[in-house]
Design a protein around this ligand. Structure first.
Ligand SMILES: Cc1cc2nc3c(=O)[nH]c(=O)nc-3n(C[C@H](O)[C@H](O)[C@H](O)COP(=O)(O)OP(=O)(O)OC[C@H]3O[C@@H](n4cnc5c(N)ncnc54)[C@H](O)[C@@H]3O)c2cc1C
Length: 450
């Protein structure tokens, strides 16, 4: 980097966990960073996914994101959606940026794989992301989004950690409503902390007396196959068995604490429809044979339920002009995050695979930002020791070396070009009424959350 005002300017799409982390890394390396966020608040899945009973953790993550977005050199541009307010190819090719990082997460629910599912969304069928968004936001005074009522006996299809949150939400909501109908006011946080049986016992009540039919989680495999408590590839049979027992225990404890039921080895086959509503699901029975999921003999099972919630994973929202490879964007490798159709565009966090958690998203954001800085922008400097998981580091170094071999390091942008880009950012900030980060956050945070 020269001292004549020439600088690298990187745009990051998505200001939450992975985007804010990448912004922080690049700003520390002297880059000018423009962080473009479609929402007013920059917290992504921390605010709209992680359920609101994680009150303390959500507050801490908000704080971390805020600190990263207010570092010198970081320019925050909220209420600006790529694909709507700014075209992707305009940003990637015409703005004259040094690089573009896509950190826009996975906001589309994987479609329920049964015929005509999309026709019944909102008519007896609901997807996880909109349900959790509602649960996290509906107590806010100004909430004007879609409203759901969770009826007793709801059917949830899933199997990952997020589906556990969905069944918890269903039980919490139905029990709170049942209690309110009998004149008992219980705080959601207390019910979540103490669980359903203990809370009801304290009031001398049972689920039956409340009229609450438990909801049921249907999974196509078994509890011990769930993608929780990850099993290392080189695990011994004993280690594997131990982890499988942990999985069964996690699910068992949760089902006991919240009173939901679990049905393994059921894969959705079709919707049960009456009039214009979905009124349940038809499942095929499955079994695990030599580690493989296969159809079990016997006829399908029909299960009626007043609401079906599909919680089978999230994938990135398509963005106009961004090429897809299956249900993901056309990224080359998870290690370098390269988006193959346009050189200089990289992906990080949930958007890469649709999967992940807070720590993985943050680590991946850091990993990709470090590699972009070193291998693509030619900003030398060591990756802080221990900042990456050893395996990711080893894979990342090898992949970064490959990028180095064929991508010319980009020179910093002349001062006038930096100024032209920042003028665009200031113009948009002015249009939406953005002044500074703290003032904006105060303005867009509902009064009851301040
Ligand atoms: C129900 C649920 C429970 C979870 N529980 C846990 C948990 O207990 N522990 C844990 O570690 N993790 C949990 N997670 C996962 C964790 O929240 C995510 O993995 C992580 O927060 C993702 O961070 P990210 O920055 O990659 O993506 P996101 O947080 O999704 O950030 C993407 C950002 O990009 C913005 N954006 C999207 N499209 C555009 C566009 N076109 N233009 C501009 N901006 C855009 C979004 O508004 C968003 O702010 C949970 C997730 C869910 C859904």
């Amino acid at each position: 980097m020269t001292d004549t005002g020439a600088k690298h300017v990187v745009a990051i799409v998505g200001a939450a966990t992975s985007g804010a982390e990448a912004a922080s890394v690049l700003a520390d390396r002297g880059c000018v960073v423009v962080v473009i966020e479609m929402n007013d608040r920059p917290y992504g899945k921390i605010e709209d996914g992680l359920p609101r009973w994680h009150k303390k953790q959500r507050g801490e993550e908000y704080e971390k994101i805020g600190q990263k977005l207010t570092k010198p050199g970081v320019h925050f541009l909220p209420r600006t959606k790529i694909g709507r307010d700014v075209e992707f190819l305009d940003l990637a090719k015409n703005w004259g940026l040094s690089a573009v990082l896509l950190a826009n997460g996975a906001w589309r629910d994987r479609p329920l794989p049964v015929p005509e599912a999309e026709k019944y969304v909102g008519k007896g069928l609901v997807y996880q992301n909109s349900l959790v968004y509602w649960f996290n936001h509906y107590p806010e005074k100004g909430y004007s989004g879609v409203r759901y009522e969770i009826p007793p006996g709801t059917i949830v299809v899933g199997g990952g950690l997020a589906s556990f949150d969905v069944v918890k939400i269903c039980m919490i909501e139905t029990v709170l409503r049942g209690l309110a109908a009998r004149g008992h006011h219980v705080e959601m946080h207390d019910l979540e902390r103490n669980g359903v049986p203990k809370t009801l016992q304290g009031l001398g009540l049972t689920l039956e007396q409340l009229g609450v039919v438990p909801c049921t989680l249907y999974y196509r495999r078994r509890a011990k196959d769930m993608p929780i408590a990850e099993i290392p590839r080189d695990a011994t049979p004993e280690e594997r068995a131990k982890r499988e027992t942990v999985r069964e225990k996690i699910l068992g404890n949760l089902a006991t604490k919240f009173g939901f039921k679990f049905q393994p080895l059921h894969a959705p086959l079709g919707l049960l429809v009456e009039g214009d509503r979905c009124v349940g699901l038809r499942f095929k029975r499955t079994e695990m044979k030599e580690g493989k999921l296969v159809d079990a003999p016997g006829p399908p099972v029909e299960v009626r339920g007043p609401l079906v919630v599909s919680s089978i994973g999230s994938i990135p929202e398509p963005i106009p002009q961004v090429d897809m490879k299956g249900e993901l964007y056309a990224f080359g490798s998870e290690d370098t995050g390269e988006y193959l159709p346009v050189p200089g565009v990289f992906g990080l966090g949930n958007v890469i695979t649709g999967k992940g958690n807070i720590r993985v998203s943050m680590d991946h954001g850091r990993q990709i930002a470090e590699h972009v800085a070193r291998a693509y922008l030619g900003l030398d400097g060591e990756i802080p020791a221990g900042s990456l998981a050893p395996a990711a580091e080893a894979r990342g170094q090898a992949a970064a070396a490959a990028v180095l071999a064929h991508v010319a390091k980009k020179p910093p942008l002349p001062a006038a070009q930096v100024e032209r880009i920042l003028a665009r950012v200031r113009e948009r900030q002015g249009k939406i009424g953005y002044g500074d980060y703290q003032g904006w956050i105060r303005k867009v945070t509902p009064p009851d959350l301040q």
